[in-house]
Write a protein of this length. Structure first.
Length: 402
């Protein structure tokens, strides 16, 4: 009677490491390709302070030659509100009416495309039958915008009005031409509003009625807002170079950096790189004294950066940035990588010490613990997956983390 063939246990059937061990050159080539692609992906990642979360608001500033606020509300404000309230993604509509002017503010769902929302509002207003001689402008605003950097502008020889003239004519236009700059806000410009006229809504939204003091002295402030797809560090560096050039062109002005996101981003990036280096050093210090095997130590040390390079590929594909949330996630993953690498290497070394050939020791070891390692990794994925699928405002921030 023929002996029934033994069915391999589940842990052997799901041992994906066996394929890699049996084809070493293919495995080495694969991870070399992953490393090179990871380095290229890392160079393409943008640096930012927080994830790109858009809180889109679109403001309609419309004017019509009417003499009373009631007429303006009936002829202008109400038709605009009724037309735009039904647009996709609109969650809230507010309006303020002056004599001859209407300001309608539309709040869209978090994460909505601001450019697309603005275009939809413009299309709706173009098709609307408004009173004759009506003019309107549509102003997009992202409430989550933050300045890449702010510079104070002072002078010991010029008054504030003269400084403002130079800033508006020379400094602001020069900064606006830099790559990645969305707009430049000049704050603290002396103004004398006309009490008989309604306020300039667009100017108020961007500049407001501000008084700037720097080190206790009156000054102007330049706030630089970057485009959503721009690299924060690149914009900050280009801005610093341009401000240095402007400082030489206008020696009677003091252009001083007041605040910047670049320092915090560089600090967070350095902290993550330092954690990576410390993890590699700690793995060497822990593994080598116990195993007395430099090859086993080297394998554990290489597992960390190579795995992170593979992560950078996924981040580039999904459009994630190197920012606070993703750097925190990478720092946490380093601990998991060290744990799995030490467990695998120690078990392989144990079988080698029993006299098994290295190849067979690797196969036997992964047969024993491979499924357990996959299970623990799957549990970690299951724990953090709900974080990555959260909805709403928190979901927008924590999706890169999950």
């Amino acid at each position: 009677m023929a002996e029934q063939r033994r069915k391999p246990p589940m842990r052997e059937r799901f041992n994906i490491s066996r394929w890699a061990i049996q084809s070493p050159w293919l495995t080495i080539s694969f991870w070399l390709a992953v490393s090179i692609a990871g380095l290229l992906a890392l160079s393409s990642l943008r640096y930012a302070l927080f994830p790109d979360v858009t809180f889109p608001v679109v403001v309609v500033n419309a004017s019509v030659p009417l003499v009373s606020a009631l007429e303006t509300e009936a002829s202008l404000t109400e038709p605009i509100e009724q037309e735009v309230a039904g647009l996709e993604g609109v969650t809230d509509v507010n309006s303020t009416t002056y004599a001859g002017r209407s300001v309608v503010s539309l709040r869209f769902e978090v994460g909505s495309d601001l450019a697309e929302s603005t275009q939809n509002v413009e299309t709706a207003l173009t098709a609307l039958d408004l009173p004759e001689d009506t003019t309107f402008s549509v102003i997009p605003i992202n409430l989550n915008e933050a300045s890449v950097a702010s510079y104070a502008i002072e002078s010991e020889t010029l008054d504030l009005e003269e400084v403002a003239e130079i800033a508006e004519a020379e400094i602001v236009p020069a900064i606006e031409t830099l790559p990645g700059v969305l707009r430049v806000d000049l704050l603290g410009v002396p103004t004398e509003p006309d009490p008989t006229q309604p306020p300039d809504i667009e100017q108020l939204l961007r500049e407001g009625n501000t008084i700037v003091r720097f080190n206790g002295n009156p000054a102007l402030a330049v706030q630089v807002i970057k485009e959503g797809a721009a690299n924060t560090l690149e914009v900050a560096d280009a801005l610093a170079a341009e401000m240095s050039q402007l400082a030489t062109e206008f020696p009677n002005l003091q252009l001083t950096l007041a605040a910047t996101q670049a320092d915090f981003i560089r600090s967070a990036t350095r902290a993550t790189i330092r954690a990576l280096i410390e993890a590699i050093i700690l793995s060497i210090l822990i593994i080598y004294p116990f195993l007395r095997n430099w090859r086993a130590t080297l394998i554990s040390a290489l597992a960390i950066p190579i795995s992170l390079l593979g992560t950078f590929i996924v981040m580039a594909i999904y459009g994630f940035n190197l920012e606070t949330i993703t750097l925190l996630a990478l720092a946490m993953v380093i601990g998991i990588l060290i744990d799995d690498a030490i467990v695998d290497v120690e078990n392989v070394s144990r079988h080698i010490d029993r006299g098994e050939p290295p190849r067979q020791a690797a196969i036997t070891s992964t047969n024993e613990i491979g499924l357990a390692v996959i299970a623990t990794t799957a549990v970690a994925v299951a724990v953090f997956l709900p974080v990555g699928t959260m909805q709403g405002v928190l979901g927008q921030f924590f999706t890169p983390f999950g």
